[in-house]
Structures are given as C-alpha cells and as structure tokens.
Design a binder for this molecule. Structure first.
Ligand code: THU
Length: 130
C-alpha cells in the first residue's frame, strides 16, 4: 500500500501548479478505512494565497466524507525526503494521530517513514495535553 501511495503522490505532483516556486509537490494519503486521496500544491500570483499538496489531499478526503489519516506520502522532485511544512503538520494532526505514518520520498520510492508525533511533538490541541 505504501508503494501505491508513492505512485499516487508522483502522479499528483505532475498536476502541481507551481509556476512561482518551480517546486512541484505531490501528496497521497490513506485513510484508516482504506480510501486514498491525492493532491498537489496550487500557487497563486498573490503568493501567500497558494497552498500545499497535503492540504489539497486533505480537502479531497473531507469532501468525500472525511476520515482518519493512517498514512501519507509526500514527494517533491527537487528535494528528496521533503517533509510537510509546519502548517500542514497541524492540518494532518486534525485528521491523524501521533502514530500517523508520513512517508518521505524520492522519485524511486519511500526513503524514510516517520510519525506525525515525531514531526509535531507537543502539538496544539484545544484542551488536550500531549
Ligand atoms: N509545499 C507543499 O506543497 N507542501 C509542503 O509541505 C512544503 C511546501 C509547496 C508550497 C509551495 O507551493 C512550494 O511547495 C514551495 O514552498
């Protein structure tokens, strides 16, 4: 399944709209109940209005009924092992758990898998202690 997420993330990256950064990113997630969703980054000429690949993938999941994120693969052809940005870590936390697996990739496959708990320790959550 993880290899499938890598393939989906590569396909999503090919759809990136990243003319300003020239940094296409793809992401593909697997829900706890076995659904997959992918996304690319979508930039805007008003630079702060763009958003990340992970955010697009999460949007597809939410519009298809929501769910819990079990795994997500992220890829950027210009940076092997790219990790989700800080904002996306918080968005992943919204629909994931500290055990959510994040697959860091290069063009050939997954090169490292980390957990959301490792990437976002002591995460903000209203009323939660982590
Ligand atoms: N980007 C993502 O899509 N995901 C990340 O986690 C890191 C950054 C995008 C945003 C922007 O379009 C480009 O990469 C350069 O920052």
């Amino acid at each position: 399944m993880a290899a499938n997420l890598h393939r989906l993330a590569v396909s999503a990256m090919a759809k990136a709209h990243a003319p300003y950064s020239q940094f296409p990113v793809g992401a593909a997630l697997l829900t706890a109940d076995g659904r997959t969703y992918s996304g690319c980054n979508i930039e805007n000429v008003a630079y702060p209005e763009g958003w990340c690949a992970e955010t697009t993938a999460i949007s597809h999941m939410v519009m298809d009924g929501g769910g819990e994120i079990a795994e997500i693969a992220v890829i950027a052809k210009r940076q092997a092992g790219v990790t989700p940005c800080g904002g996306c870590r918080q968005r992943l936390k919204e629909f994931g758990t500290p055990e959510t697996r994040i697959h860091l990739c290069d063009m050939d496959g997954i090169i490292e898998t980390v957990t959301l708990g490792e990437l976002l320790p002591k995460a903000f959550g209203m009323g939660e202690r982590s």
